[in-house]
Design a protein around this ligand. Sequence first.
Ligand code: ADP
Length: 589
Amino acid sequence: MSEPAQHPLLLRQLRKHAPHVDPLAPEWRGFIAAVGATYQELQQENAFLAHTLEVTSSELTEANERIRRDGEREVASISDYYRQVLDAQQGMIVCVRKVDGEFITTLCRGDLARRLGHTPESVEGRTLAEVAHAANFDALLAAWERAWSGQDTFLTYRNGRTGIDVFAQMRPRYEHGRVTEVVASCVEITALKSAESELREAKDRAEAADRAKSEFLAVMSHEIRTPLNAVLGFASMLRESHLSPEHTVWVSTICTAGESLLTLIDDILDFSKIEAGRLSLLPEPVAVAPLLDAVGSIFQQRALAKGLTLETGFGPGVPAAVQIDPHRLRQVLINLVGNALKFTREGYVRLGVELVAAPAREGEPCTLRFTVADSGIGIPPDRQDRLFRPFSQVDSSTTRQFGGTGLGLAISQRLVRLLGGEIGFTSEPGRGSVFHFTVRAPVAALPERPPAAAATADFPTGAALRILIAEDQLENRMLVEDFLRDRGYAPDVVENGRLAIEAATSRTYDLILMDLLMPEVDGLAASSAIRAHFGASRGPRIVALTANVFPEDRARCRAAGMDGLLAKPIDFKQLIRVLEGEAPSPETR
Ligand code: ADP
């Protein structure tokens, strides 16, 4: 019996490892045939598996390839989408990386990029030095550096090539905690910039116009005040002469009308000055009680004439003196007390001050509240909201009945705000009104002497007083000269500042009444020259005669060495006080 040919491998193994076995023996033949068949089956299965594996792996490779291609397509479409979005934006996105100390643009997209002449091809991959216009290089480099150091950075620049104004916000982008890129998001602001510069120009023009208006008002006020000065002065002299009763009434009417005209001019001037923001405060140490008393005494006569009581009161803790502009504080008080008297037929007017808040720390301001209460006609509730509006009165019959311009409270409100406080009131028709306002002012040391009454013992009085009048306007000159001659003085008269200097330095005068606006040399320059001539001995007393009564004018008078100021039209009572040796402080109006 031959060996089973199909199992040579198995027979070889048998012979090697079990030489005693006879593969041809019947008991082994069956076994070997079974093993051989199984082996063949295994081989077939193996071949099948190998085939299947081959097929699957190529399918897998294909699927893999498909996924990769799909992925790439997807990525391409997403980046295309974002590129289109970036390109479609009105602004510009620029990304840069710092490589070897140089900023390289990695992305530059957007409509603004196109308008600035940047294409992705011309910019991406290039250094800042290659891309930026020379005019913008330094600013851009500094901004990129700042953003690269981790700070959000903003930059506004005008593109040197196109003149387009750009606003750029630069932000660092981080990877693994390190800045790897800076992303700048830019918008065009050319229109904004030109609107801004147009606005600035318009503002400059408006301010210039405002200054011109102010100048115009100041000049006009001077021009109106000067002839009015003569009208009022001569009218009041006429009133004192021997007139028929009828003529006395006429002249008194001229005086009253002239005085209201003057008040109106002053109010309009003050108001326009405040509105133009050109009213500056001149704070100084001011004794509170004397100031209140002085306001009271101005109105005492008028109160008496109307049969009203006028009282002044001080609350506890009110400091003796505060640092404040006395002229402006007085102006508000005078307006309120004037109104209270005007609108009260019987009863009282009370003027008071109290401490609302002491200074929090030394040197800080305290808050004072001033109150003017009256038992007058009151203000109807439906009219109360219009009171602080300029030119507004409770009703149109007010002007006819009581006079006034309706500017007083508007001015007071603005002045009080300048003084750091607020003004308000409560009122009941038929029972009276209480106007109150606060001011914030630091506590001050008491001024050494009240500036308004600086009388000196060695000032000669009566005809012995040697007076020089320096005034270019004929009517004003005559007015003051006639007034002085009527009272027995023998003044010298000159018509400009140069002649005033000549006279003052060649003759002896006790008092010079000096107009400010004069040809050749004005009153301020003349006063400075006279003061310089006399040096430490000071020389004559110099009092300004002027229609310009703003704090700046007073300050200028003081700076020129003048001792006082008399406002035109001249109040002759004030002039008499000057002749008696008092130097009305340059704040007297
Ligand atoms: P005017 O120059 O007309 O007094 P104001 O601005 O000072 O202007 O006042 C405006 C108006 O407010 C006055 O015309 C008057 O109608 C009313 N008013 C002001 N103060 C009082 C008061 N104490 N009592 C009654 N009415 C007042």
